[in-house]
Design a protein around this ligand. Sequence first.
Ligand code: SAH
Length: 262
Amino acid sequence: MKKQFPTAAGYVRPKKSLGQHFLADDNIAQKITNSLTLRHQVLEVGSGTGVLTRFLMGHVQQLRLIEIDRQSVAYLREHYASLGDNIIEGDFLKTDLSAIFPGEYSIIGNFPYNISSQILFRVLQYRSQIPQVVGMIQKEVAERLAAPPGNKTYGIMTVLLGAFYQIEYLFTVNENVFIPPPRVKSAVIRLQRKEDFTLGCDEKLFFEVVKTAFNQRRKTLRNSLRGLWTGHFDSAEHAIFDQRPEQLKLEEFIELTRMLTK
Ligand code: SAH
């Protein structure tokens, strides 16, 4: 017989393909919930059987949630009936996030690890409406996001998220508090959007520069960014082009973007 989620009345079978690892520790659920400080309008991503939802309901003013798994949605509708239409059955990665709430809202979730980077990329896309995110992700990914320049794990997500958000590594969570336990450790992070989240450069080009540079991270910038070149050849002599992307601070990526703008 397949293993089922053993709490409460309904049973939801954890599905690996959906990254379902249900949290089974109320103290941690409470701690994650408490980490959310912007509590006006809140979207929970991937509620599963509602372990976080239960704590969020008393903690935030307006809660909506989005869950892709029909079985979990049925469970949530039955056990959290007071949420009514605020329970959305859908794919977070394919939903128009501008229509979830009018204006700004925070995001919280024990994210499915197989798509945590995609979730964060989407947050970036909708950053004008999302001032805060509290999320549980794979520990290794959390460490990468918090890595300083020069570190081997410093990468695309570090730079892009760090451009617009302050990234905090809050705490580590062990495997044994989940059903079923994941193979890796987890960590809770908080992203707080910066007061001024404009970069002062062509932001579309900035994304392109960062992605292109890290996609060939062992090449010097002179070689990897050749295709984006629009300026005078003179600027290519600048010492910045001798570097590799993991050595560059955010400000230098911004400067680089300015140099590559006509
Ligand atoms: N919050 C719950 C469940 C975490 S597991 C808990 O802490 O116990 C991750 C959840 O995200 C699962 O319920 C899974 O079905 C859901 N999920 C996976 N992909 C999703 C997507 N693209 N959009 C919305 N929810 C998704």
